[in-house]
Design a protein around this ligand. Structure first.
Ligand code: NAD
Length: 320
């Protein structure tokens, strides 16, 4: 079996091993593949693995050897799954591998906004503590989480993990989710989106990007937030109207934002949020802890193994 990995670099920049995949066939791993390189690189592939490289109807039609399309991700919007189904090619994804890592980064952003550890450390290294007339100083208001209200939009796997951590900090928790029969424990409260925006001290987004949720955070909802409130987005950039958020931050309508995702990634250098006031941005790293990428690698390999054993798992397209 010829196995081609089109864009393996983000999964394994060198600290993990492809050895288990290599045991399953003749393996070629490319760090990145431009759209115009796909047909040439994948022409002999029986098994094709992609993360962000688009495999559309044209590629599926022309790659006549293809028997399997694997994703090294949960989302599978880069693959035309119906075109694959027409050729009886299963498309396999990795359902949930990074839940706890994403919940952890959500709190890394929240705690950054509460204590500004890195900025204080830089200030200390710049000599400001040595010059201080007192035994301590701080450059930002310091925030304790106990008793504050956390509003969670999207109460799925990650939202629930975030809630579990927030409870340990003694936070009150408000939930907004569209699932009709959502089970929540009695200490949490289901509310409308308006109430969540009005009452929360910190709002965190954990719903998927859909036509309904695109720009769910816009100037209308931002205007309902407390001026002391923080917005955290570790889900998808386009959930937030970026111009409206930049305005809300720059005009002091909300206190700060912590973002792991932007509408375009990598962002253009003139993305307004890069220069917005009190806006802290990590480069889409929530999923990327070593433990989480190892789990992802294990499932990518296991998906191929199960397919070769004739018992495919994690198939997302309908082959009937
Ligand atoms: P999940 O499917 O378990 O939960 C999503 C929840 O959102 C569900 O409860 C669903 O009912 C709810 N929802 C759907 N539409 C909604 C709407 N219009 N309003 C409110 N709630 C709505 O998903 P998950 O595993 O918790 O992941 C959540 C999101 O996190 C993913 O969609 C993805 O965009 C993002 N994510 C980001 C990273 C990262 O590296 N930054 C990694 C993994 C996932």
């Amino acid at each position: 079996m010829n196995i081609v990995v089109l864009d393996g670099h983000t999964l394994n920049p060198g600290d993990l091993s492809w050895a288990e995949l290599e045991k399953l066939g003749t393996c070629r791993v490319f760090d990145r593949t431009a759209p115009e390189e796909v047909l040439e690189r994948a022409k002999d592939a029986d098994i094709l693995i992609t993360n962000k490289v688009v495999i559309g109807a044209m590629e599926i039609e022309q790659l006549r050897n293809l028997k399997y399309i694997g994703l090294s991700s949960t989302g599978y919007n880069v693959v035309d799954i119906e075109a694959a189904a027409k050729r009886f090619i299963p498309v396999l994804n990795v359902p949930a591998y990074s839940t706890l890592s994403v919940a952890q980064l959500t709190f890394a952003h929240i705690l950054n906004l509460c204590h500004h550890v890195a900025e204080h450390s830089n200030s200390v290294k710049n000599g400001n503590w040595s010059k201080s007339p007192d035994f301590c100083y701080w450059n930002f208001p310091l925030v304790e989480l106990e008793g504050l209200t956390l509003g969670i939009i999207g109460f799925g796997r990650i939202g629930r993990s975030v809630a579990a951590i927030a409870e340990q900090f003694g936070m009150e928790i408000l939930i907004y989710d569209i699932a009709p029969s959502l089970e929540i424990s009695t200490n949490l409260q289901k509310v409308t989106l308006e109430t969540l925006f009005q009452k929360s001290d910190i709002i965190t987004l954990h719903c998927p990007l859909t036509s309904e949720t695109e720009h769910i955070v816009d100037k209308n909802y931002l205007s309902m937030m407390k001026v002391s409130a923080f917005l955290i987005n570790t889900s998808r950039g386009a959930l937030v109207h970026e111009q409206d958020l930049a305005d809300a931050l720059n005009f002091g309508k909300i206190a700060a934002a912590g973002l792991d995702v932007l509408s375009t990634e990598p962002p253009s250098p003139d993305n307004l949020l890069l220069s917005a006031k009190n806006c802290y941005i990590s480069p889409h790293i929530a999923w990327a802890t070593t433990a989480s990428r190892q789990r992802l690698m294990d499932v990518v390999v296991n998906n191929v193994r199960a397919f070769l054993d004739g018992k495919p798992i994690n198939v997302v397209n309908d082959l009937k």
